[in-house]
Ligand binder design. Structure first.
Ligand code: MG
Length: 261
């Protein structure tokens, strides 16, 4: 099932995306929210007549750095298999949805980079989850772009500002619930040009290990999002660019880059 959050102009609803033909999808509104058993309604709209929103509104986005060895290498970092995972928070206010603008903080950063990532969406309040139980606390998976002001990341020992600007966490287009995340292709394009091409099987730590590790430190809430790291091939974005993250069996998240007003 693909669970989207959408609006047709008045308020936001969750719905289930229906249809196989990418050009002819529709959304069936569901009653309430997807973090508990839900009822489908008779209210169906064409995807073309709706605007997709960020598929969840997380209380926090917990992200993991250097979870693909080739990316750690391209950044000049030590072998990540020998160190504990780097965990950092992107604020909830950095989240935007598919089609929304990424605002380039002109005058503050001169090097903003994309990072295509698989995002895990948590379905229930949980803490101290053993790896073998992680599946029980996951609603599904979506695409994320861990947008990063690379120059600030280099010059500041904490990454909160470099990765925490408003609009620096596009999520979407929806949450796919029936996906085995073990070995999915993940690609990033800028203006149609392929920049990143990895597979989730290249992760240093598995999703089960990462979610368990994070839950040992902090309670996770329904709708919270875990970013699982980016493959090799990161690079700069410019104002006017269109950046897309595609994950096999999930979908494509596209955003354009604008100068922050
Ligand atoms: Mg990242």
């Amino acid at each position: 099932v693909r669970i989207a959050r959408f609006t047709t102009g008045d308020g936001a609803s969750f719905g289930v995306v229906e249809g196989e033909d990418e050009a002819d999808l529709s959304i069936r509104r569901l009653e309430g929210h997807p973090f508990a058993p839900f009822q489908l309604t008779d209210d169906v709209v064409a995807l073309a007549d709706a605007r997709l929103l960020a598929p969840v509104l997380p209380s926090k986005v917990v992200a993991v750095g250097r979870n693909y060895a080739e990316h750690a290498k391209e950044m000049g970092n030590a072998d990540p298999t020998t160190e504990p995972p780097i965990v950092f928070i992107k604020p909830s206010t950095s989240v935007v949805g598919p089609g929304d603008a990424v605002q380039y903080p002109v005058g503050i950063s001169e090097e903003v980079s994309y990072e295509g990532e698989l995002a895990v969406v948590i379905v229930r309040l949980c803490r101290e989850v053993p790896p073998s139980r992680v599946r029980d606390v996951v609603l599904g998976f979506t695409c994320a772009n861990d947008v990063t002001a690379r120059d600030l990341q280099r010059s500041e020992s904490q990454w909160g500002r470099a990765k925490g600007f408003d609009t620096f966490c596009p999520l979407g287009p929806w949450v796919s619930t029936d996906v085995d995340p073990a070995d999915l292709a993940i690609t990033t394009t800028v203006n149609g040009e392929l920049k990143q091409a990895g597979r989730t099987s290249q992760m240093v730590r598995s999703i089960d290990e990462l979610v368990s590790h994070i839950s040992m430190a902090m309670t996770l809430l329904p709708g919270d999002v875990i970013l699982t790291g980016t493959p090799a091939g990161v690079g700069p974005l410019a104002v006017g660019d269109q950046v897309s993250v595609t994950i096999e069996q999930v979908g494509t998240l596209t955003n354009r880059v604008v100068a922050r007003g």
